[in-house]
Design a protein around this ligand. Structure first.
Ligand SMILES: Cc1cc2nc3c(=O)[nH]c(=O)nc-3n(C[C@H](O)[C@H](O)[C@H](O)COP(=O)(O)OP(=O)(O)OC[C@H]3O[C@@H](n4cnc5c(N)ncnc54)[C@H](O)[C@@H]3O)c2cc1C
Length: 272
């Protein structure tokens, strides 16, 4: 923002108290409650934030994933509904519609679904071994510092406007944080509700998702929806009218693609 501030100011003061109270009461309430600032008197500091994750677990139109007995709905799912940019309010709509569709599909399947097979002993041992390894970590890295570094980098290098060199820099930061995370001790040692431990495990998931996001964004050398490459600024339907799927099968994520289901609404060039 101007003057090196991490925000710009949105000035509503010219609207006056009556208009703000009648038309924007919730915005006023949030400002007062969260930052103790009354927009009737002062400009509101604003900045972009990530408030939705596009993409998710691949499902069919009824919310079923490729793994029998596992469904996904809502923000976690990629039903192929939103195109390349989830538009305002469509997330709540998706939750309501696909919550019902997926819930009904699960209810229908329950009658014939076999009971879940017991988790294989070898898988349990592997998970236990991993948790023991995380709990035994030693070193001078700070778990919460690493999470903050990851967030800051994703904000800086993997925002709406991206460039190949910035994405490459982001990818090397992800790999460096992953490497350093092996030297972050989990200080709390309790076996029950250990928030240090689940924050450490969650960091692994955040790193996986950050890596998938960056590798997918680097490969997609075009601009589409909320993916705006400053070094490839036009849309390329011939090569890229398709979903990116990512698989972790050891090492870096492997990318694959899936056709987009196009029905009544064909994508057109953005004119604004
Ligand atoms: C600031 C902000 C503003 C937004 N504004 C809008 C808007 O105006 N219009 C709109 O349509 N959308 C908006 N969205 C997006 C929308 O709110 C979300 O996409 C939607 O609420 C997602 O709902 P969900 O049920 O799929 O997921 P969530 O609401 O994220 O629910 C997932 C739940 O799973 C729980 N959970 C996570 N891990 C585990 C676990 N291991 N075990 C058990 N439980 C677990 C979580 O605690 C959470 O309760 C906004 C989002 C934000 C952050």
């Amino acid at each position: 923002g101007p003057d090196g501030l991490p925000c710009i100011h949105l000035d509503l003061t010219h609207l006056g108290a009556d208009r703000i109270n009648s038309r924007l009461p919730l915005i006023r309430e949030v400002c007062i409650k969260f930052i103790g600032l009354d927009p009737i008197d002062k400009p509101i500091p604003i900045r972009p934030v990530a408030h939705y994750s596009m993409g998710g677990v691949e499902t069919d139109i009824d919310g079923a994933t490729r793994i029998p007995g596992i469904w996904a709905a809502g923000e976690a799912a990629a039903v192929s509904l939103h195109g390349a940019n989830r538009l305002g309010s469509n997330s709540t709509g998706e939750c309501l519609v696909w919550g019902a569709i997926t819930g009904a599909a699960i209810a229908n399947a329950l009658a014939t679904l076999p009971a879940p097979a017991p988790v294989p002993e070898a898988v349990l041992r592997r998970c236990e071994g991993h948790i023991r390894e995380v709990m035994a970590r030693e070193g001078s890295e700070n778990l919460y510092g690493l999470r903050r570094e990851l967030r800051t980098m994703m904000d800086r290098d993997v925002g709406v406007f991206r460039r190949g060199d910035e994405l490459c820099r982001g990818l090397s930061v992800v790999r460096e944080i992953r490497e350093r995370s092996h030297r972050e001790p989990v200080h709390a040692k309790g076996a029950l509700y250990n928030s240090n431990l689940f924050n450490a495990l969650e960091l692994e998931n955040l790193l996986d998702l950050a890596e998938v996001t960056i590798v997918g964004a680097l490969a997609r050398e075009e601009s589409r929806g909320a993916h705006a490459r400053r070094d490839f600024d036009s849309r390329n339907d011939e090569q890229w009218l398709k979903h990116t799927l990512a698989w972790y099968t050891g090492g870096a994520p492997r990318l694959d693609h899936k056709p987009v289901t196009l029905d009544a609404w064909k994508p057109v060039e953005r004119k604004y």
